[in-house]
Design a protein around this ligand. Structure first.
Ligand SMILES: O=P(O)(O)OC[C@H]1O[C@H](OP(=O)(O)OP(=O)(O)O)[C@H](O)[C@@H]1O
Ligand SMILES: O=c1[nH]c(=O)c2nc[nH]c2[nH]1
Ligand SMILES: [Mg+2]
Length: 168
């Protein structure tokens, strides 16, 4: 599904369906399979949880850790908070581990992860231009003025006809 609607803060809105998310997460797994043999996956909560589960399933990885980082209230970026660091023993500098997040936007979260795990491989499904240089692997680039709506943030509802100005 691809549809462009202007949201309340003038960003383009890009809604992603479960099917599209699943397909893109599998595309990410294919790219990661070609890169390395991994010790395990580190999911960046919360957005990285579903993509990380799909990548782990496809690469048959059973060891999964989380780092919990929060920096947005809805679409407003605020001070980044690291709520939880790495839990598992033996991850060290992250060499041989793949860190999975749903997207990289400004790159602030990726910079924080690099500080924690300088040798980890950072992978996202979506990348915006500002953050793109900070990740090792991504699947789809979207413009900086796009807000991606993930399926876990959406529900089906009435949409205005294009003629009435709902879409650009
Ligand atoms: O590149 P950045 O500008 O740092 O933005 C990307 C991060 O922002 C979102 O997380 P958020 O802080 O909204 O928390 P959430 O994953 O719990 O929704 C998203 O899941 C990424 O982790
Ligand atoms: O759901 C989201 N969509 C985005 O485009 C985005 N950018 C930062 N954080 C985000 N969360
Ligand atoms: Mg996140």
């Amino acid at each position: 599904m691809e549809s462009w609607i202007m949201s309340e803060n003038s960003k383009r809105t890009f809604p992603v369906s479960w099917e599209e998310l699943h397909r893109n997460a599998k595309a990410l797994a294919w790219r990661l399979l070609e890169t390395h043999s991994w010790h395990g996956v580190i999911a960046v909560t919360r957005g990285g949880l579903v993509p990380a589960a799909i990548v782990a399933r496809e690469l048959d990885l059973r060891v999964i850790d989380t780092v919990c980082i929060s920096s947005y209230d809805h679409q407003n970026q605020r001070g980044l908070q690291v709520l939880k660091g790495i839990s598992a023993d033996g991850i060290g500098d992250g060499a041989g581990w793949v860190v999975v997040d749903d997207l990289v936007d400004t790159g602030a979260t990726a910079v924080e992860i690099r500080k924690m795990l300088p040798k980890a491989h950072l992978a996202t499904i979506y990348a915006k231009p500002l953050g793109k240089p900070l990740v090792d692997t991504y699947v789809t680039e979207v413009s900086q003025d796009t807000w991606i709506h993930f399926p876990w943030d959406l529900e089906a509802q009435y949409a205005k006809p294009i003629k009435d100005g709902a879409r650009d």
